[in-house]
Design a binder for this molecule. Structure first.
Ligand code: FES
Length: 56
């Protein structure tokens, strides 16, 4: 599933970055070499990050 349309960030990429220790959208996106643009995805990205942190 694509989480961030602007940057074509997929859920699996997001979860992998969280497992590497990044715990905020801005950090995760930076780790992926991208940065938020429209911001529409941030709430959803936070939800995924929280769920990944909770299962770590
Ligand atoms: S959808 Fe992620 S910045 Fe626009």
């Amino acid at each position: 599933m694509v989480v961030c349309v602007c940057n074509a960030i997929k859920e699996k990429d997001l979860r992998a970055a969280v497992r590497d220790g990044y715990d905020k959208p801005s950090k995760v996106y930076a780790q992926l070499g991208r940065k938020p643009k429209c911001g529409q995805c941030l709430s959803f990205a936070r939800t995924i990050i929280e769920s990944e942190v909770a299962t770590a």
